[in-house]
Design a protein around this ligand. Structure first.
Ligand code: UTP
Length: 274
C-alpha cells in the first residue's frame, strides 16, 4: 500500500487580496495567537504523518525560511538570561523542510509542478497555507489521507458553500458513494455561471504522481494562471479522483473577515497567551 509521506506547501503567491501589508509581510506569516499561520499548517502536516515538506517560496518570502530556521543566537540568549521556559515558544515542528523558489507566480498549478522531483513518484499532499482548519478530533489533512489509504487514488478536500461563493473556488460534480465522500466526474475552476454543485474544493489535496504529466502540459486558464484544477480535470480522463467533505471549521486568511474571525476565536479560547 502506498503511503503519503510528502507534502508541498505553496507559499509563493502575491497575496493581492491582502495588499498593501503583503508587499512586505507574507500572508502565510499573519499571526494567529502569536504563531504565524504557516506554523499551524506544518503542525497539521506533522500530525497527519507527513515526514518531508517542500515549501514553494519566492524572492519576497525569505521571512518564511527564516521563521523555520533554528535560532541558535536566540536560544543562547534565553539560556543566558535564564528564560528557558520560553524555549518552547521558539520550537518548530519536528519535520524535514526544504525550499524551492517560484520565479514568477504563474498559478497554483505552476507552483505544485515545481515539486515533481521532490515527490519522486510518490503520492503527495498539497496544503495551502492560507487555509486554516480547526478540528479538535482529526487534522484536515489526515481526513484526506484516510480516504487515500482506502482508495489509493487522488483525493481533494471539499466544503459545501453558498451559491454566491462558488465563483471563487474550483467546484466539483460527483456521485456521493458514502456520506461525505464523492467520486468526482468533473471539476470546474471558478464557475461564473451555473456551478456543477455546491461542493467547493478547499486547500488540501492528495495527488497521485500522474498529476505532473498533466501539469507539465497545462496552459494558463482562469486569471491567466496555470490552474491545478484544470490539470485534475484532465487527469480525470485516465484515473479516478475522490472528494471528501472535511469536518471542522475552515478559515481563509486571505479574507479579512475570516482572519478576524480566527484571531477572535483564539482570543476567546484558552490557547491564547496572557
Ligand atoms: P491564493 O490564490 O489563495 O493566494 O493561492 P495568492 O495568489 O497569494 O493571494 P490572492 O488571491 O492574490 O490574495 C493559494 C496558495 O498558493 C500559493 C499562495 O502563496 C497561497 O498560499 N501560490 C499561489 C503560489 O505558491 N504560487 C502561485 O503562483 C499562486
Amino acid at each position: 500500500m502506498k503511503k503519503v509521506r510528502k507534502a508541498i506547501i505553496p507559499a509563493a503567491g502575491y497575496g493581492t487580496r491582502s495588499l498593501p501589508i503583503t508587499k512586505v509581510i507574507p500572508k502565510e506569516l499573519f499571526p494567529i495567537g502569536g504563531k504565524p499561520a504557516i506554523h499551524y499548517i506544518v503542525e497539521e502536516a506533522a500530525a497527519s504523518g507527513i515526514e518531508e515538506v517542500l515549501m514553494i517560496v519566492s524572492r519576497n518570502k525569505n521571512l518564511i525560511v527564516d521563521y523555520f530556521d533554528q535560532s541558535l543566537e536566540l536560544e543562547a540568549f534565553l539560556e543566558k538570561e535564564n528564560k528557558l521556559h520560553l524555549m518552547e515558544e521558539v520550537k518548530i515542528p519536528k519535520i524535514h523542510i526544504q525550499y524551492i523558489r517560484q520565479p514568477y507566480a504563474n498559478g497554483l498549478g505552476g507552483a505544485v509542478n515545481l515539486g515533481k522531483q521532490f515527490t519522486n513518484n510518490e503520492p503527495v499532499a498539497v496544503i495551502l497555507p492560507d487555509d486554516i482548519f480547526i478540528n479538535n478530533q482529526q487534522p484536515g489533512l489526515k481526513q484526506l489521507i484516510n480516504t487515500y489509504e482506502t482508495y489509493q487514488q487522488s483525493v481533494v478536500a471539499l466544503k459545501k458553500m453558498e451559491e454566491d461563493q462558488l465563483k471563487n473556488y474550483g467546484v466539483i460534480k460527483g456521485k456521493e458513494i458514502k456520506e461525505g465522500l464523492y467520486e468526482m466526474t468533473d471539476i470546474v475552476e471558478k464557475p461564473l455561471y451555473s456551478a456543477p454543485s455546491n461542493l467547493a474544493v478547499i486547500g488540501r489535496y492528495i495527488l497521485e504522481p500522474a498529476i505532473f504529466s498533466f501539469l507539465e502540459k497545462q496552459i494558463a486558464g482562469t486569471g491567466m494562471e496555470i490552474q491545478l484544477t484544470d490539470a485534475i480535470k484532465n487527469m480525470l480522463e485516465v484515473s479516478k479522483c475522490y472528494g471528501v467533505e472535511i469536518k471542522g471549521d475552515r478559515y481563509d486568511i486571505g479574507s479579512e473577515k475570516d482572519y478576524i474571525k480566527i484571531v477572535n476565536n483564539f482570543y476567546n479560547s484558552s490557547k491564547l497567551k496572557t
